[in-house]
Design a binder for this molecule. Structure first.
Ligand SMILES: Cc1ncc(COP(=O)(O)O)c(C=O)c1O
Length: 429
């Protein structure tokens, strides 16, 4: 597989390099040189396969001979160990539930495949992943790399500033997952991580690597669940399919569009945002004018400069699609709350991110079409918000409930780089 840097097309890398490097020169994103296509017959054959067998074939179409098919199948089997069911919500609307993995969010698919891919391409080299988290990313990274050979993960987080439940989710694992509570705020944690990456000696000695959220391996993995959704639909639902994607950094939508470039016949996508509506305004006016980021109840989508957007523009350019054909909209907190209530009355428990995608889908779906909105997180992940909106208790799913009484294994440290450096240099493998 060859990829080029969107900011400098002369920088070309292999899949292995793109996975290890994350970003190219000038912070440019990597984009596949070949966009593989399946014929309608090939798609029909793929849809008959089980999720993991099909996913390995989809990934292989991109990655090619850089990873043997049997190895790729093993990586997929290790990464995708939970289902992505489509549940009916209304006669003409279903939801693709992407939150049945260990950290209850869609990120488990991309994060776990990235971890597997990194181990594969690192070829027995020892790697230390260092990252800072304000809650969510830490859990996804920790669970994705847990127990993987030759990799250890060090996660910094601000002491007392993440929810107790979030802390339990990734600070109770042990083994190759090391968590450090820093006596300061999230920015201080991020600065410590940056200092470590600027320290060449430390970097080489411990094999420092980041688990970057814009890593191409994540996006490729996410393509697979669009095919999985399609496979669960009836023939008539497949014919007029509209998919609504709750969007922040626009990674999930990029993956959906890539599924379409491969030949999956999706009629239309809806780019659904909260009040951070840089993209919907851009699509309406042709002007890219990010505002200051606004805090909303769908906080994982509080992004005003979505970092995957250049990849979406590149897809439209490469496929000669009109950007105007991308349906879109933004939803206020007030409407989001009303929609969570509306869905609850229909017997479906949702949370703000998924509810935004449902709202725009319901409002824009036309006669004869079938719609799917992505359910990107379990309602219990946004327990306080959902309980506030619905005025009832949300039960904790097993993955969270079983960690509630476990002991925290974190180290505690001042906001001090020398202390962190010593810790990293003396950490046992
Ligand atoms: C629950 C949830 N929904 C939606 C999104 C938006 O996804 P993307 O950043 O790929 O657009 C996120 C991103 O973190 C999320 O956590």
């Amino acid at each position: 597989m060859k990829l080029y840097n969107l900011k400098d097309h002369t920088e070309q890398v292999s899949f292995a390099q793109a996975v290890k490097q994350g970003l190219g020169k000038h912070q440019g994103l990597f984009f596949p040189e070949d966009l593989p296509k399946f014929t309608a017959d090939e798609i029909n054959e793929l849809l008959k396969l089980d999720f993991n067998t099909r996913s390995a074939k989809i990934l292989s179409a991109f990655i090619g001979d850089e990873i043997e098919q049997s190895d790729l199948q093993r990586l997929v089997n290790n990464a995708f160990q939970f289902p992505a069911p489509v549940k009916a919500v209304e006669k003409d609307i279903g939801t693709l539930e992407l939150y049945h993995g260990p950290t209850l969010a869609f990120k488990d698919f991309g994060g776990r495949f990235m971890a597997q891919a990194l181990v594969q391409v690192a070829a027995d080299k020892q790697i230390t992943i260092l990252t800072a988290t304000s809650g969510d990313t830490g859990a996804a990274v920790a669970h994705a790399f847990y127990h993987l050979p030759n990799i250890r993960v060090v996660i910094l987080y601000p002491e007392g500033k993440i929810s107790p439940l979030q802390e339990k989710l990734f600070c109770t694992l042990g083994d190759n997952i090391h968590t450090i509570a820093i006596k300061s705020d999230f920015d201080a944690c991020q600065t410590l991580v940056k200092q470590a990456f600027d320290d060449e000696e430390l970097k080489t000695k411990i094999g420092l690597n980041s688990a970057n959220s814009i890593n191409i391996s994540r996006l490729l993995a996410q393509i697979c669940y669009y095919f999985e959704a399609f496979a669960q639909l009836t023939t008539s639902q497949r014919e007029q399919l509209v998919i609504s994607v709750p969007s922040g950094n626009f990674g999930d939508l990029t993956a959906g569009l890539l599924a379409k470039t491969m030949g999956l016949p999706i009629k239309r996508f809806i780019a659904a945002t909260n009040a951070n509506d840089t993209v919907p305004r851009y699509l309406d006016t042709g002007k890219w004018q990010p505002h200051a980021t606004i805090a909303t109840i769908s906080n994982a989508m509080d992004v005003s400069q979505p970092n995957n957007w250049p990849r979406i523009e590149e897809i439209y350019r490469r496929e000669s699609w009109a950007l105007k054909s991308l349906a879109h909209g933004s939803v206020s907190d007030e409407t989001t709350k009303k929609t969570v209530r509306e869905l609850d009355e229909k017997g479906y428990l949702s949370e703000p991110h998924g509810a935004i995608a449902y709202r725009l889908l319901r409002d824009q779906l036309q006669e004869g079409e079938y719609g799917i909105f992505l359910g990107t997180a379990h309602p219990a992940k946004f327990k306080e918000v959902v309980e506030g909106i619905l005025d009832k208790e949300i039960p904790l799913p097993k993955a969270l409930a079983e960690r509630e009484d476990m002991t925290l294994l974190s180290h505690y440290m001042d906001d001090n780089f020398t202390q962190l450096r010593n810790f990293l240099l003396t950490l046992d493998w």
